[in-house]
Design a binder for this molecule. Structure first.
Ligand code: UDP
Length: 375
């Protein structure tokens, strides 16, 4: 059976890496190759290094100021020779990026079976120009097999009349990646210059609040509110240290550095590689983020998460109580953070809740399903 696993951004690489590793355990059953579009470049390469994956095809498509029109066209055009050369039986795409959508369409043209990992997430908000909901919906229409992380995502697919037999609930592969990574960064052989820098930055007498934010929907007033809330938390809780790896997008950099650079217990640092980020998540007391992946990872480490978004395609975490949606409202962010900083009871209760996103065996379930279909 010929498998082609295609991805392009850092979050996709993190969530597809354990699947690549799982397929490679069965060389007698599968000829598995990896193709990266490199929609992100440096951040993607760091993840590949850490998971020791070397791609078989690298389309190297990242361009300065890339836009959705040319990126989509480039992905489809550049995948054609790869698909024609390798002729995969199955193509695996992940999530909701432009790579996901364009690669699934190209794979359909090539006659491959398209498998969507992390299928069925929906915000029900097709808001142009943000492409994610369109990307995941289009990919859902094209895909032959939907590997849904949860029952909620399966129900979304059933409501769209996808056949029940085409949906498999697996849990999210991000937990597989996280458990592998926690093990690796805590092993005695692991040494990393970035982690060494973090050790010297952290004040062990203070509780660590880890912050990340990058979403386009928060650019502008959203980030100004976020920064004001962080400033207030830092001033009202001098026993905390806020560590914020600041995304490179100028719409994020500008308000963050203007509003937060001079506060003694806020440390603004460069974006972290995935292993140091995992290391830092484990050391943190509380996480404040607008990231999707972090919401899924943190509960497995027992860390409460405040999510700076108004809508989410991940309602399971809100229902399970492992995350709280605070939007970009300053008062709400400060109030929820203060609650978790002031009440040990509220904190401990949130930290010990069950992670709705899985148990770290998602990839084994995916591989198993493909094996069974072909036995
Ligand atoms: N992450 C990282 N370094 C950082 C911030 C996040 O490696 O400085 C990781 C994080 O552990 C998660 C993924 O990147 O697995 C999330 O990516 P991002 O927030 O960019 O995208 P989203 O999940 O919102 O699609």
């Amino acid at each position: 059976i010929k498998n082609l696993i295609i991805f392009g951004t850092r979050p996709e690489a993190i969530k597809m890496a354990p699947l690549v590793k799982e397929f490679l355990k069965y060389p007698d059953d599968f000829d598995t190759k990896v193709c990266i579009t490199a929609q992100h470049r440096e951040m993607l390469d760091q993840v590949l290094d850490f998971f020791e994956i070397s791609p078989d095809f690298d389309l190297d498509l990242m361009k300065p100021n890339q836009n959705l029109y040319s990126l989509t066209a480039d992905i489809i055009t550049n995948l054609k020779p790869v698909l024609e050369e390798f002729q995969p039986d199955y193509v695996y795409v992940h999530g909701d990026t432009t790579t996901t959508m364009a690669a699934s369409l190209a794979s359909f043209y090539a006659g491959a079976q398209v498998c969507h990992i992390e299928a069925g997430l929906r915000t029900f908000n097709m808001q142009s120009p943000f492409p994610e909901e369109m990307n995941r919906s289009v990919t859902g229409v094209i895909s032959n097999i939907h590997f849904a992380p949860t029952t909620t995502s399966m129900d979304n697919l059933l409501r769209e009349n996808k056949k029940k037999e085409s949906i498999v609930i697996t849990g999210n592969t991000v937990i597989d990646a996280l458990l592998f990574s926690v093990n690796k960064v805590n092993s005695s052989e692991f040494s990393d210059a970035e982690v060494a820098q973090l050790i010297s930055l952290l004040d062990n007498n203070k509780r660590l609040i880890l912050v990340t934010g990058h979403r386009r929907e928060n650019h502008g007033q959203g980030f100004i509110n976020i920064c004001e809330a962080l400033k207030q938390i830092a001033l009202e809780h001098p026993d905390t240290q806020i560590v914020y790896p600041v995304h490179l997008n100028p719409n994020v950099q500008k308000p963050v550095y203007e509003l937060l650079a001079d506060i003694p217990n806020i440390s603004l640092i460069a974006p972290l590689s995935y292993p140091s980020f995992v290391w830092l998540m484990e050391k943190s007391y509380l996480i404040i983020t607008d990231s999707g992946g972090v919401q899924e990872e943190a509960p497995s480490l027992g860390k409460p998460v405040l999510v700076m978004r108004d809508t989410t395609e991940r309602p399971e975490a809100v229902d399970a109580g492992t995350v709280v949606l605070v939007g970009t409202n300053r008062t709400k962010i400060v109030a929820e953070a203060s609650k978790l900083l002031n009440s040990t009871e509220a904190y401990e209760q949130m930290g010990k809740l069950h992670n709705p996103y899985g148990d770290g065996k998602a990839c084994a379930r995916i591989v198993n399903h493909i094996q069974e279909m072909n036995s």
